[in-house]
Design a protein around this ligand. Structure first.
Ligand SMILES: Nc1nc2c(ncn2[C@@H]2O[C@H](COP(=O)(O)OP(=O)(O)OP(=O)(O)O)[C@@H](O)[C@H]2O)c(=O)[nH]1
Ligand SMILES: [Mg+2]
Length: 213
C-alpha cells in the first residue's frame, strides 16, 4: 500500500514562469499535472489522491479555476507536487480569460523542468473527444508521459465498466498515452492503481523530466 502524508497547498501561478517559491521542502520535487475539461473532476481527484477532502477547491460551477494550484504530498519519504491546471472547454468566462489559458498552460507544460507526468482526466461517459486527442498529441510531441484517468466510474454499473473503458483505452494507446486507469473521486476506486501507474516507467517521480536529459 502506498503511504501518503502531509497533503498541503504550497501556492499558485497566474502567469507562466511565475511558480511558487518559498521554504516548503517539497519545492523542486517532481510534479504531476492534472489536465482536463472544466468540471471533469480534476480538483476532486487530487483530493482523493492525497486523501484530504477539502484541499483542492472543488465546485459545481465549471471553469472557476484560472490559475495553476500547487499541492505537495509525501509518498513515503519522497515529496511529489500535484498541479491542478485550469480546465478547458468552458464557453463562458471572459474573452481575456480564454485567451490567457493557452500561454499559461502551454508555458507551464513546455517550460517546467520538474514536470514528470501529466494526468489527463476524462469523464467515463464522454471518453476522449477532439480536445483530449489534441492534448495527448501535444504531450507526445513534447515527450511528456501522459496517463489517462477515466473518472466518475461510480456513475456507471460495474458490469458496464469494461465495455466503457475498452474504447477509451484503445484510443489513448493509439495516442501514446502510457496508461489508462478507471477512477472515482467519490468512492476512491482506482486511487491506488493510479498512484502505482505514476510510479512506474517511463515516469520518473524521483528525477523529473531533467532526468532523461
Ligand atoms: N459522482 C462523481 N462526481 C464527481 C467525481 N469527481 C468529481 N465529481 C463532481 O464533479 C463536479 C466537478 O468536480 P471538480 O473536482 O470541481 O472539477 P474540476 O475539473 O476541478 O472543475 P474546474 O476546476 O471548474 O475546471 C463536482 O460536483 C464533483 O463533486 C466522481 O468521481 N464521481
Ligand atoms: Mg477544479
Amino acid at each position: 500500500v502506498i503511504r501518503i502524508a502531509g497533503g498541503r497547498y504550497i501556492g499558485a501561478a497566474r502567469a507562466a514562469g511565475r511558480y511558487p517559491e518559498g521554504t516548503d521542502p517539497a519545492l523542486g520535487a517532481p510534479e504531476i499535472a492534472f489536465a482536463g475539461r472544466s468540471n471533469v473532476g480534476k480538483s476532486s481527484l487530487i483530493n482523493t489522491l492525497v486523501a484530504r477532502r477539502g484541499l483542492a477547491r472543488t465546485s459545481s460551477t465549471p471553469g472557476r479555476t484560472r490559475q495553476l494550484n500547487f499541492y505537495a504530498v509525501e509518498i513515503g519519504r519522497d515529496p511529489v507536487i500535484l498541479v491542478d491546471l485550469p480546465g478547458y472547454g468552458y464557453a463562458r468566462g471572459s474573452e481575456d480569460e480564454r485567451r490567457a489559458w493557452r500561454p499559461l498552460v502551454e508555458g507551464y507544460l513546455e517550460g517546467r523542468r520538474t514536470l514528470a507526468a501529466v494526468v489527463l482526466i476524462v469523464d467515463v461517459r464522454r471518453g476522449l473527444e477532439a480536445e483530449e486527442a489534441q492534448l495527448l498529441e501535444y504531450l507526445g510531441a513534447h515527450r511528456l508521459p501522459a496517463v489517462v484517468a477515466v473518472t466518475k466510474i461510480d456513475k456507471i454499473g460495474r458490469g458496464q465498466r469494461p465495455a466503457a473503458l475498452r474504447p477509451i483505452g484503445a484510443a489513448a494507446a493509439a495516442l501514446a498515452a502510457v496508461g489508462v486507469v478507471g477512477v472515482s473521486a467519490k468512492t476512491g476506486e482506482g486511487r491506488e492503481a493510479l498512484w502505482r501507474r505514476l510510479f512506474a516507467p517511463p515516469i520518473s517521480l524521483l528525477g523529473g523530466r531533467a532526468a532523461d536529459g
